[in-house]
Design a protein around this ligand. Structure first.
Ligand code: HEC
Length: 461
């Protein structure tokens, strides 16, 4: 059994690696979903305008909104590249596994994205001069291609959380059409449409008219609100999504982990508020919505998106690919090997400023921390190890680290030997003591034997 490959990783100080990638990812998802919903809205308004049912539709389509869509897919592309750039610094092995498995499907997604960009840009540059038929074709192409890029990437992302029947070597389609594929795709489609409609309500409020400005804006808003109507289906789609989640993940979202439960509550609450306003206020009561209110609703939608993505990422713990790869970039099978060989024996990368750790054991502890904990913890910043363990006794610390996967279900089994556990224990004690200049080494055979017993009791699963 081979030891895992080691990749150079970056350290983001007090910001946990997961938070860095989460932040970039959330921005990207928001922009990309708006680019899809914006495209749907442009197509919808163009059709209404050409049929004569929405006289100001063309003015809207040729106005500022298409600039916004352009900005969003350009920013979407840039933040997409930023995701690659951060993932290779944080979880190179996960992204490598995803590319190996979904190579051609990912290439397919790229082709659709390229079509999206070309169609969107062509419409932005030449839309004014084109015939009505050509305009419709171009917008249809843009809207469809942007949705197709969601279709393909959705299969890959949902596979990470719910691979279902997929195992290494199984058909790629089993992984792609995994249990959460459809609820996730439909859910995101509803979100995209809602984002497009809310942004449109802001833009409509900036449009100027010679006469009856309010009435003409109201007519546009009523049509835009219809695009947001699928938000009414979101509770059902959310329940479907919950139903296909693995039982342990579902348990965390429903009370097992209070931060996650609160985020679920925030996402659901914000969505209900937006949905209520759209369905009751805009569609049934035909209310007018001004720019400020629409901006507030869009900000609320951003919050809901951020909370939702946080929960989706969190629910995957301790894996980045459920059942296959832990968040530490170690496979379940490799844990057995690392228990015997030590967590950092083959790690070729030096520590940053190794002299700050005053003994060889503390340096080993820092390497163990980097290899096994750093993906989800920092020493003193986000999810700070120093704070989580401050009140524990030494033996309590040894026991809980040795039995890591039983201490909390979010964590993988400890992938190292008894010396690694003890080095990490000493590192934490030294950090809690505010890094004194001298620190005794601890290699007591009885203590190590006790840790080994605990590691064996915890097992490797
Ligand atoms: C896959 C992510 C992940 C990895 C890897 C991980 N942890 Fe955790 N750990 C968590 C989460 C999430 C919590 C819960 C935090 C909370 O409840 O506030 C946690 C909690 C803890 C706690 C507090 C437990 C309690 O009962 O209060 C300690 C101590 C801890 N981790 C230590 C470690 C150490 C040491 C490592 C490395 C050997 C490690 N963790 C690796 C995600 C992880």
């Amino acid at each position: 059994m081979a030891s895992p490959p080691f990749y150079p990783v970056n350290d983001f100080g007090p910001a946990m690696k997961g938070l860095v990638i989460g932040g970039v990812g959330i921005l990207h998802v928001f922009l990309a979903q708006f680019a899809i919903g914006g495209g749907m809205l442009l197509l919808y308004f163009e059709r209404l305008a050409q049929r004569g049912t929405l006289p100001d539709g063309r003015k809207f389509v040729d106005g500022f909104f298409k600039v916004l869509v352009l900005v969003s897919f350009v920013m979407g592309a840039l933040t997409g590249v930023a995701i690659w750039f951060t993932t290779i610094q944080v979880g190179a092995r996960t992204i490598g596994l995803m590319i190996d498995e979904f190579h051609w499907l990912w290439a397919t997604e790229w082709v659709w994205f390229a079509v999206e960009v070309v169609a969107g840009y062509a419409f932005y540059r030449c839309g004014d001069a084109l015939s009505p038929r050509a305009r419709l074709r171009l917008l249809t192409m843009y809207a469809f291609a942007s949705w197709m890029s969601l279709f393909w990437i959705n299969g890959i992302l949902s596979w990470q959380l719910t691979p279902g029947q997929w195992t290494a070597g199984a058909s790629v389609w089993v992984g792609f059409f995994n249990p959460s594929f459809w609820p996730s795709l439909l859910f995101r489609t509803c979100v995209a449409a809602t984002l497009g409609a809310l942004a449109a309500c802001i833009v409509i409020n900036t449009m100027t008219f010679d006469a009856d400005a309010r009435g003409r804006r109201a007519a546009l808003i009523r049509r835009a609100a219809r695009l947001a109507l699928p938000i009414a289906a979101m509770p059902i789609l959310a329940m479907w999504y919950f139903a296909v989640l693995p039982a342990d993940s579902r348990g965390w979202l429903l009370g097992g982990s209070m931060p996650m439960t609160m985020f679920v509550g925030l996402a659901a609450g914000a969505s209900v508020l937006i949905g209520g306003y759209v369905v009751v206020g805009l569609v049934l009561k035909r209310l007018y919505i001004n720019g400020a209110t629409a901006t507030l609703l869009l900000a609320l939608a951003f919050g809901a998106t951020a909370a939702g993505e946080f929960v989706r990422e969190g629910a995957r713990k301790p894996y980045t690919v459920r059942g296959t790869l832990y968040s530490t970039s170690i496979t379940p099978a490799e844990v057995i090997d690392l228990r015997a060989r030590g967590a950092t024996t083959d790690d070729p990368y030096p520590l940053r400023e190794p002299a700050q750790f005053v003994t060889a054991q503390l340096q080993r502890g820092a390497k163990v921390e980097r290899a096994l904990c750093d993906a989800c913890h920092t020493m003193r910043g986000a999810n700070a190890l120093v704070e989580l363990t401050r009140t524990w006794t030494d033996d309590q610390l040894r026991l809980n680290l040795a039995k890591l996967q039983r201490t909390k279900g979010f964590m993988p089994p400890f992938a190292g030997n008894a010396e690694d556990v003890e080095a990490l224990v000493q590192l934490l004690r030294w950090e809690i003591a505010d890094r004194p200049a001298t620190w005794p080494e601890s290699h007591d055979p009885a203590t190590l034997a006790q840790i080994t017993t605990w590691l064996d009791q915890a097992g490797v699963r």
